[in-house]
Design a protein. Structure first.
Lengths: 502, 321
């Protein structure tokens, strides 16, 4: 019953006129950037972060969350219509979705994606509502030792789940860790790697780094080669799936929701991994595996449900522990900190309206997406024809103003330029920026908690293995590490990621 | 750059020809920037924004808040110290920017006395010594006794902050050793004390007050010489350790060389703002006590604070490069 009254509070917050408006802006913007190949949710949220500072905390988080799951919807639209996933998590959808579109079933594919996502979103919203509060009780048991072990697990996972080679991912994590060290050491007050610049005494600005590595770098990369964009619009058939088709998608949607919900919670995971796992699962379970790759409706329904469920449940570690499961959640932490909210177990009790408001808004946002998306598909397709030379200068100007407004610090703009260039070079060399961002966020926490745990235990390192939660997390991290390096798994992992790059 | 130079020359010329008075009569004829040397959302930011809004009404010009956070307040303070002394750039100074940082920092980016023209000491904000309710102590004396028999640790919002030094002063006066655990701000420090990872905390009273009221923290004492009006049941630490007194404060400063007429006008606006019933009510909720001093009183206050903190900083051996 408490759950119902809490959800009631959430819906009353989320359905205020202003918050409905911000939710709508968020999902529209999310769909828009999801449709536009090249600009991802991470880049958009990074760029909007500074602007949200002017809003109420709950409104800004509702809007940013809307962008995140809105992008999952928009990404599947382009994946189906032009075989170009607007979001990496929609990469799998493109495999069978585009084939469906070529066979004249684009409408069915789009509707399947939307309905599957909506169902998964609804279930995942309830999962967040049910599991987040009890988890916060456990979260209060988390001391410095537990946080340290959790960071270790998170960093190991982010390496294990990154695209490309393990070595490159590891290099990015370490670069992130090193960049995270810049600034004043909180225990001794000694400045480290600040090059004598007082403006860097508090470390590199997270927003500047994120805007640079993700936003500016993606813009540079897109300007370099503007893709041919061939749009499959003539073949949109009726939208709603027929009876037999509905029966075909029920199983995949349910399984996709389950897989996605579980994987979303894990650090380093989230929507991308969920969609791949669901696709592999459906292919294995199917009576006609040969249909996959040639327009199997299950190959759209499963992954689309999974990526949306994963996108939602990745809010659980954020809202309970204040730990990001993926780079978008790292940005959400940034958004909360800008607003003076400390992400962590205190949020549920101290800011119930914020917590439940965000959860309720997720469901409302998903509903908006279904209602809006299907009729608006024609409009989104038209947007694909806006030339980048108009779009990108506007975005870059907005970014710069936004970053500067956070701290009125010119050095943050230098950092944006530097990291934009660095991000571009890294992407040319096929290094993934996501582990870098996670390293940058988790690294300082790792060090801070390692040293705090050591001070509290009076220099006794066994504190990490004698405390049960901490020991459990370390064992889990070790297991993941072993798995990643097992030859069989390694091959499988490479296969999966090759598909996504293709 | 050219613009500022020209303006400086013009101002200089105005002084030479004795026109400064005429210029000050029109003051202020454009928006004033209030630099808050901390990120938005903290207690200094809240005080600054409330005051800026009221001062705007009184001055007839917008007082625009600009957050220049970083380096424990030093970045924003340095920016104002180096700004044109024309009365259009002012600083929301604190105990950190005008007493502790200048004592702690090895490289001094500004001089808290010579580089500033004091305007008004606005408010004093008490700190509080609180413990997790599972720690078996009911008052300050029991805590001191316990600390003598077993190792304890206390959390603070960071190295060199007023809360850290409140803890160090406490240790020195009580003759006990309690390990200091610094955090990045009050929020994470509070979280760990609520979860009983660290048993003791020194925090700003406004930030801890919610948890004290709800019983999740047991307040042992406030750091002001007298009890705080918002928590009459919580004794002052000074009742156990006579002479113990620390608090955070917020004060307005202009750059040194600002025309006295402008300082006087700003002071009048600040004093009027602090007398506004709505401001008084907000500050009460905040456990902040209003001072609204004259510029001379603020100058005295800064000197007194530096004298008070110098031995604490030296004894605790707190330095930063």
């Amino acid at each position: 019953m408490e759950l119902l009254s809490n959800l009631g509070l959430g819906f009353s917050v989320a359905s205020s006129f202003a918050n409905l408006g911000f939710c709508l802006i968020g999902v529209l913007l999310g769909t828009l950037i999801g449709v536009l190949p090249g600009i991802g949710a991470t880049a958009t949220i990074a760029m909007l972060l500074p602007i949200t500072f002017q809003l109420e905390p709950v409104s800004s988080l509702i809007m940013l969350a809307g962008i995140y799951y809105g992008a999952q919807y928009g990404g599947s639209t382009t994946a189906i219509l032009i075989n170009m996933p607007g979001e990496s998590s929609s990469a799998v959808t493109a495999i069978d979705g585009y084939q469906m579109a070529r066979k004249g079933r684009a409408g069915t594919a789009l509707a399947t994606a939307a309905l599957g996502s909506f169902f998964a979103g609804t279930v995942a919203t309830f999962l967040v509502a049910i599991f987040a509060p009890p988890l916060t009780a456990i979260a209060l048991e988390f001391g410095a030792a537990e946080y340290f072990s959790l960071m270790v697990l998170g960093l190991v996972m982010s390496v294990a789940l990154a695209h490309g080679t393990v070595l490159k991912a590891l290099a990015m994590v370490i670069l992130g860790l090193l960049l995270g060290i810049v600034g004043t050491d909180i225990y001794t007050g000694t400045p480290r790697f600040t090059l004598g610049i007082t403006q860097f005494a508090d470390g590199l600005n997270f927003v500047a780094l994120a805007v640079g590595v993700f936003g500016i770098a993606e813009i540079l990369r897109n300007l370099e080669d503007e893709h041919e964009r061939q749009v499959m619009t003539r073949n949109i058939n009726r939208l709603f799936p027929s009876g037999p088709e509905l029966r075909q998608i029920i199983g995949p949607v349910l399984r996709g929701t389950g897989v996605g919900s579980v994987l979303g919670i894990l650090p380093g995971g989230g929507a991308i991994l969920a969609s791949f796992a669901s696709y592999t699962l459906e292919k294995k379970l199917s009576k006609h595996p040969e249909e996959f790759g040639h327009g199997a409706i299950a190959g759209v329904a499963g992954p689309e449900s999974a990526n949306n469920a994963g996108a939602q449940t990745s809010f659980i570690p954020l809202l309970t522990l204040g730990i990001p499961a993926n780079p978008v959640m790292a940005l959400m932490i940034g958004a909360m900190i800008i607003q003076g909210i400390v992400p962590g177990p205190g949020v549920v009790t101290e800011q119930p309206d914020l917590f439940w408001g965000i959860i309720a808004s997720m469901w409302i946002g998903n509903l908006m997406l279904v209602v809006l998306n299907l009729p608006l598909i024609g409009l989104w397709v038209k947007l694909l024809t806006v030339p980048y030379y108009v779009l990108f200068p506007i975005i870059m100007a907005m970014c710069s103003i936004g970053v500067y407004s956070v701290n009125s610090n010119v050095y943050d703009l230098f950092a944006v330029a530097f990291f934009g260039f660095l991000g571009y070079v890294l992407s040319k060399l096929r290094f993934e920026p996501a582990p870098l961002l996670l390293g940058f966020v988790l690294g300082p926490l790792l060090e801070e908690n390692l040293r705090r745990a050591m001070i509290l235990s009076r220099g006794d390192p066994t504190t990490f293995v004698t405390r049960p939660i901490s020991a459990g997390l370390l064992v889990l991290a070790l297991a993941v590490l072993v798995l990643v390096f097992l030859p069989q798994i390694r091959k499988r992992r490479e296969e999966v990621f090759t598909e996504s790059d293709g | 750059m050219t613009l500022t130079l020209t303006r400086r020359i013009l101002l200089g010329t105005a002084f030479v020809f004795g026109l400064a008075g005429a210029a000050a009569a029109d003051y202020p004829d454009r928006a004033i920037t209030l630099v808050i040397p901390f990120a938005a959302g903290g207690s200094t930011d809240v005080v600054g924004r409330i005051v800026a809004e009221r001062m705007s009404a009184d001055l007839g010009q917008q007082v625009v808040v600009q957050n220049v956070g970083g380096a424990g307040g030093s970045l924003g303070a340095t920016q104002v110290a180096e700004a044109d002394p024309d009365g259009y750039t002012i600083l929301m100074g604190t105990v950190a920017t005008h007493a502790l940082n200048p004592l702690i920092l090895k490289q001094k980016p500004y001089d808290p006395v010579a580089d500033f023209a004091p305007v008004s000491l606005l408010v004093l904000v008490p700190n509080v010594l609180a413990v997790n309710p599972e720690l078996p102590v009911q008052n300050v004396q029991e805590l001191i006794d316990l600390a003598k028999t077993q190792p304890l640790a206390y959390a603070s919002s960071g190295n060199g902050t007023p809360l850290h030094l409140s803890g160090e002063l406490f240790k020195a006066m009580a003759g006990v050793d309690i390990t200091h655990i610094p955090y990045k701000g009050s929020g994470p420090a509070l979280t760990d004390v609520l979860g009983n990872q660290v048993p003791i905390i020194f925090d700003n009273l406004p930030s801890a007050s919610g948890h004290i009221t709800s019983g999740k923290l047991r307040a042992l004492g406030v750091t002001t010489a007298e009890r705080a009006p918002s928590f009459p049941d919580v004794p002052a630490i000074a009742e156990t350790l006579p002479g113990y007194e620390t608090y955070s404060w917020n004060a307005l400063f202009a750059p040194a060389g600002t025309p006295p007429e402008a300082v006087a006008r700003l002071n009048a606006a600040a004093v009027a703002a602090m007398a506004d019933p709505a401001v008084v009510a907000r500050m009460g909720e905040f456990s902040a006590s209003i001072v609204a001093s004259s510029p001379e009183e603020l100058a005295q206050h800064v000197k007194a604070e530096m004298t008070k903190w110098e031995p604490v900083v030296t004894d605790a051996n707190v330095t930063m490069d």
